[in-house]
Design a protein around this ligand. Structure first.
Ligand SMILES: *Cc1c(COP(=O)(O)O)cnc(C)c1O
Length: 362
C-alpha cells in the first residue's frame, strides 16, 4: 500500500479518499496563492467564502437538493442534532421515533427532555438485528415528525424502504450512509449527519432542512447556536464555523462528482457489500448478525460465536494490515465498515484473508 497505509475499516472517524488527502497535502502550506493554509484563514475572507459556497453548491448538485431546502454546516457533530431537532421542530410537543439501535436510543433520550416521544416501533427484542415493519404505524395526527436512524452504524442495519409516515415530516440521521447512494431529498423534512463516517473530518454536522420547518417562534431560552434560523440566516457563519472540516468535505464532494456521483457510489457500494455478505453466507466460521433484507451496505458486523475466537481473528487481521475490525461491544465480534472511500480491493483482500484464516483454523 502507498505511504505504508493500511486498509482501515474504522466505523468513524474513517477512511478518506487518497486523492483528496494528497490534494490537501499539496495545498497545506499555501492554498492556491493565498499565502496561507486554510487553517490560518479568516472565515470572513473572500477566499474562504468561496470554499464554503462551492462546498454547498457541490453538495446540492450531488444530492439534487431542491431550492426550498437549506444546507447548514453546524458544529457539535450528529449528537448536538439529537437536541436541536426537538428544540426546533416540536411545535405540538410530540414526535414519533423508531428505535433501531444505539443511535436512535440516544436521540429518543434527548427528545424526551423537550416533549412527548412515542416509540412507534422497535427492534430491541432481537438486539436491533432488523428494521421493524413501518408500513402501517399508529401515528398521532398532531405528531410533529417521524424520526429514523437510516443506517445503524453499530448494529449494521439500513432502511432499504422508508417508513410510511402518513403525511408527517420525516427526519433522518444519515451519519453513516451520507452520500453512499442516491437520496430523494424531497421525501424528507430534515436530513442530517455527522460527516466523519462517510465524508470528512470529525466535528461537523450537515443539516439539510426544508425551509418552512425553520421556525422563529420557538422557546426564547433556546441557545442562539442551537436555533436553525441562526445558521440559516447567517450562511452557517453566525460564529466561526469548522472551516477545516468544511474545506475537506468540499474536496470530497468534488471528488464524488468527478467519479460518477451517487449512482456510481451505490453501484460500487453494492458490489463491495456483496463480496462481504457472499463470504459470510458461505462461511462455516463467521456469521453476519443482521436479517438479510435489512443489511447495511456500510457497516457489516459478523461473529464467530466465541469471544476468544473473535479476539484472535481481530488480532490476526490487524497483523495482516486490516485495521479497526473489532466490533462494537454491544454486538461483539467484528465489524467491517466499508464506506465510500474503501476500495473494493480492500474488501476483496480482507475476504481472501478471512477465507485463508478459516481454512487454517477450522
Ligand atoms: C457516529 C454517529 C452519531 C454521532 O456522531 P457524533 O458526530 O460523534 O456526534 C450519530 N448517529 C449515527 C448514526 C452515527 O453513526
Amino acid at each position: 500500500m502507498k505511504y505504508g497505509r493500511v486498509y482501515n475499516f474504522s466505523a468513524g472517524p474513517a477512511i478518506m479518499p487518497e486523492p483528496v488527502l494528497e490534494e490537501i497535502r499539496d495545498e497545506m502550506m499555501n492554498y492556491r496563492g493565498s499565502g496561507m493554509c486554510v487553517m490560518e484563514m479568516s472565515h470572513r475572507s473572500k477566499v474562504y467564502q468561496q470554499i464554503i459556497d462551492e462546498a454547498e453548491a457541490d453538495l446540492r448538485t450531488l444530492m439534487g437538493i431542491p431550492d426550498n431546502y437549506k444546507v447548514l454546516f453546524i458544529q457539535g457533530g450528529a449528537t448536538l442534532q439529537f437536541a436541536m431537532i426537538p428544540m426546533n421542530l416540536m411545535k405540538n410537543g410530540k414526535a414519533v421515533y423508531i428505535e433501531t439501535g444505539a443511535w436512535s436510543k440516544k436521540a429518543i433520550a434527548e427528545a424526551k427532555k423537550y416533549g412527548e416521544v412515542i416509540v412507534a416501533a422497535s427492534s430491541k427484542d432481537r438486539n436491533y438485528a432488523y428494521i421493524p415493519d413501518c408500513s402501517d404505524l399508529d401515528i398521532p395526527e398532531d405528531a410533529d415528525y417521524v424520526y429514523i436512524c437510516e443506517n445503524e452504524t453499530i448494529h449494521g442495519t439500513t432502511w432499504h424502504n422508508l417508513p410510511n409516515t402518513k403525511g408527517h415530516i420525516l427526519v433522518s440521521d444519515q451519519s453513516s450512509m451520507f452520500l453512499s447512494r442516491p437520496c430523494n431529498v424531497a421525501d424528507y423534512g430534515l436530513i442530517y449527519g455527522g460527516v466523519q463516517k462517510n465524508i470528512g473530518p470529525a466535528g461537523l454536522a450537515i443539516v439539510i432542512i426544508r425551509e418552512d420547518l425553520i421556525r422563529e417562534d420557538i422557546d426564547p431560552k433556546t441557545p442562539i447556536y442551537m436555533r436553525y434560523d441562526t445558521h440559516a440566516n447567517n450562511g452557517s457563519m453566525y460564529n466561526t464555523p469548522n472551516c477545516w472540516a468544511i474545506y475537506v468535505c468540499g474536496k470530497v464532494f468534488k471528488y464524488l462528482l468527478k467519479n460518477g456521483g451517487l449512482e456510481h457510489m451505490a453501484t460500487v457500494n453494492e458490489a463491495k457489500a456483496k463480496v462481504m455478505y457472499d463470504f459470510l453466507d458461505a462461511s462455516k466460521m463467521f456469521q453476519g448478525t443482521v436479517d438479510k433484507k435489512d443489511r447495511s451496505l456500510m457497516n457489516i458486523p459478523f461473529v464467530t460465536g466465541d469471544k476468544d475466537k473473535d479476539a484472535a481473528v481481530v488480532a490476526a487481521t490487524k497483523a495482516a494490515g486490516f485495521d479497526n475490525l473489532k466490533g462494537h461491544k454491544s454486538v461483539g465480534g467484528l465489524r467491517a465498515s466499508v464506506y465510500n472511500a474503501m476500495p473494493i480491493e480492500g474488501v476483496e483482500a480482507l475476504v481472501e484473508f478471512l477465507k485463508k484464516y478459516e481454512a487454517e483454523n477450522a
